[in-house]
Write a protein that binds this ligand. Structure first.
Ligand SMILES: NC(=O)c1ccc[n+]([C@@H]2O[C@H](COP(=O)([O-])OP(=O)(O)OC[C@H]3O[C@@H](n4cnc5c(N)ncnc54)[C@H](OP(=O)(O)O)[C@@H]3O)[C@@H](O)[C@H]2O)c1
Length: 321
């Protein structure tokens, strides 16, 4: 199999390389791309070193089995299109194509079957959306969901290399602001991405729109507040959901426990517990009335929320080819 990774030197790109290493895939050609400044950088995959190449249009015109993109929307809009027009299957981590009608937005455990017979660009959802819809998959399927109230507690790695550098610098007394709108060390920032005309942020609207598309239910109401916290890895979410059918807590626990790659536990779960894992953890289940329940959901944003989901898309697409 020939695989290309665009944005290989980034948080998600480096993690995709690690996740691919862990899978039993026969990869005999691996091409790593990033910006000019990373050209010639050496990166290890299994027991071999590979040199990072500068991303160019010509390199996207080559034939690959899969090209994984994680270099931001602007790069995807240009180069993923070229790769696609050259007949390649592209798995894109950016938000460039997620809401396009003909582009599948995929969490394989939920809607992976739409990949059967599909060739083209496949969009990977936003990190906060992935862990939320995974946790709620079987509740949505069996009981229906009318409303989701969610507050996120998002790690700085969600903003890539620069987000991590900003927190670590501030922890070392360098109070520079490069990316976040406020000091993040010892602080929480209730704005992620641009604030839109309706007052919601881009990150919040991603959770609204992507949840509807993945569940294929455009009536679900999602009320999000996205917050950045000084945590390196692992997004947490406080979720209140209202079901269409009545249920008791035992039923909800059962439906939270039946999802692939999701673990329900009565133990306390924090971001430090989930870093570097591929599991979405759900805990602190509570019931308010026969249709209203509260949960706490934590997952590694770079793995579950990006790299692992992208590799799971690849594996699912390959399985259904
Ligand atoms: N981090 C997360 O939790 C997360 C979750 C879901 C989705 N995503 C999405 O994944 C994408 C990457 O995120 P990240 O966190 O990995 O960011 P990152 O750490 O900042 O990495 C960005 C990557 O893009 C490359 N790049 C930048 N400009 C480029 C150019 N002109 N040509 C080619 N490559 C270029 C960088 O290469 P250089 O090293 O050479 O600059 C680097 O490899 C974004 O679209 C992000 O929204 C991230």
């Amino acid at each position: 199999m020939k695989i290309g990774i665009v944005g290989a030197t980034g948080e998600v790109g480096r993690t995709m390389i690690r996740v691919l290493e862990e899978k039993n895939l026969e990869i005999n050609e691996l091409k790593l791309f990033a910006s000019k400044k990373s050209e010639g950088k050496k990166m290890k995959f299994k027991d071999k070193y590979y040199f990072v190449e500068e991303l160019t249009e010509e390199k996207m015109e080559e034939k690959y089995d899969y090209i994984l993109f994680s270099a931001g929307s602007e790069i995807s809009k240009k180069y993923a299109q070229i790769a696609n027009e050259s007949g390649n299957v592209v798995i894109d981590n950016s938000s460039a194509f997620r809401m396009e009608k003909n582009i599948p937005l995929v969490v394989p455990e939920i809607n992976g079957k739409i990949l059967k017979g599909y060739k083209g660009i496949i969009a990977n959802p936003n990190c906060s959306t992935i862990q939320m819809v995974l946790a709620l998959r079987d509740i949505e399927k069996k009981l229906g969901i009318s409303e989701i109230f969610v507050s996120t507690y998002q790690a700085v790695s969600g903003a890539g290399n620069k987000g991590i550098k900003e927190l670590l610098d501030q922890q070392n007394g360098i109070n520079n602001i490069y990316h976040f709108p406020e000091i993040i060390n010892n602080n929480v920032i209730p704005v992620i991405g641009q604030v839109l005309k309706n007052g919601f942020t881009e990150e919040e609207m991603k959770m609204v729109n992507e949840t509807r598309k993945i569940f294929n239910d455009y009536k679900i109401k999602v009320y999000p507040t996205a917050v950045r916290v000084p945590v390196l890895y692992g997004h947490s979410e406080s979720i209140i959901f209202r079901t269409k059918k009545e249920a008791d807590i035992k039923k909800i626990r059962e439906l939270l426990s039946s999802v692939e790659n999701v673990v329900y536990t009565d133990n306390l779960i924090t971001p430090l517990n989930v870093a570097d894992t591929d599991i979405t953890y759900v805990s602190r289940l509570r019931q308010m009335d026969e249709k209203t329940f509260l949960i706490w959901v934590v997952a590694d944003n770079v793995r579950v929320g990006a790299a692992t989901n992208a590799v799971r898309i690849l594996l699912k697409h390959y399985e259904l080819r």
